[in-house]
Design a protein around this ligand. Sequence first.
Ligand SMILES: [Ca+2]
Ligand SMILES: [Ca+2]
Ligand SMILES: [Ca+2]
Ligand SMILES: [Ca+2]
Ligand SMILES: [Zn+2]
Length: 483
Amino acid sequence: MGRRRKVGLAVVAGLGAVSLGLSFTSAAGAAPVGTPDGLKLVRTKTSLLGKHYWYQQTFKGLPVVGGYYAKHVGKNGAVEVADGRDAVPADLDVSAKVAPEAATQAANASVTARARRDAGPEKSLVRQPEATSGAAQLAVIGGPNARVVWNVTSRSTEGVTRSLVDAKTGSVVESKVISDNIDGRGSVFDPNPVVSEQNEKLTDMNDKNQDALFLAQKNVILRNLDGSGKLNGTYVNIKEAKGGVAQSKNNTFVYQRANDKFEQVMVYYHINQTQEYIQKLGFTDVNNESQDFSVDTYAGDNSFYDPSTDMITTGEGGVDDAEDAEVIWHEYGHAIQDDVVPGFGESEQAGAIGEGFGDYWAVTNSVPVSKGFNLPCVMDWDATSYTSGEPHCLRRTDGTKTTDDIDGEVHDDGEIWSRALWDIQQSLGRAKADKLILEATFFYDPDTSFASAAQDTVQAARLLYGKAAAQTVTDAFKARKIL
Ligand SMILES: [Ca+2]
Ligand SMILES: [Ca+2]
Ligand SMILES: [Ca+2]
Ligand SMILES: [Ca+2]
Ligand SMILES: [Zn+2]
């Protein structure tokens, strides 16, 4: 609210029809007992110099949107008042003609329309806003257009929105984002330069800027930033990074790959993307938090998820790991499983499922941006540092291993699992496959076996999509001799 009338003790003038009835009886150090009518105490704060009483303005028992009143009582007894009330005509009828459900619908339609408009080419990622339960509340707007409204709180990809819907006519009077989430700008590889340029000849050259790699950079919107000027937001927090965390007053994070901050932008963008995708699939409780990352802080050629601190660390050996989105998504796969199944990975086969799922998660997130290029190849860019043959892949999701090939090493055996998941996707399509695989994860034991987790997956397919889908999933696991 932009109007703040800071005045001394005598406050009464200029409020039209509002009945005020001020009568202070403040004594030094004591809480003031006299306040204008229609005020509801909502908070009391204590500072070094005094006490601060915050009131919500009300009219006929309803809150007046944005109408506030504060009383600051100094230690010496001096009282200062900040009066932010709006005038409300005494005869305003506060009964509602529109039902709260209809108001919620109107509010959400308006929020969705704007989120779609602002999302640009990525319209499909706009989530239907859900009104928080019991969120439609009657309120009053004061001022020249005084009226009674439903106050509806919704969530969408824009963040949290407050809409005011006229309770007589049902029209949306105002709709604004009240959370601090904002969009920033950045530049990334998507998913990595080998795939986007379809060029297996690219090499790291010790993190040097190169024309071919500059051309592989893509300008993107960084959504859901918290506005702190750092890469911290609803789904990702760059907690620590080599050379310090990136900062930008205007939330612009454009770097070339030789700058270590480039990897921080990679992490932010690609994790936000994948969590938005998870939410679009309908899941609101799959690592739905600001995942901590430590970027470029490990000298070896490895990245890892640490369940004891819930932190993902990306290494900088060879190609900086976070220059390849598939490394980032693989590690996020571990964070997903640890979030959904506490302590997941207690057995060798559970560990292999973790690695196989991580590889699958990397690949499925690459599908929409890879134009079909070498899809089952995992970490095409990072792997240029340690593979000589083309295509460069750390592992693949279309291998031919079955349980006959189990060797007890989780990454090796993970290829058995990832192939089954990949086959499910080939048969059922990406969204269906990802949805049933995520759903099944909720039923895994921490020390599950291949067979038991496969049964959970078949069951999820049956319940979500029916018998035929369940058979497809069964066949995929049978081909790996898991079932
Ligand atoms: Ca780099
Ligand atoms: Ca987590
Ligand atoms: Ca690397
Ligand atoms: Ca790939
Ligand atoms: Zn892993």
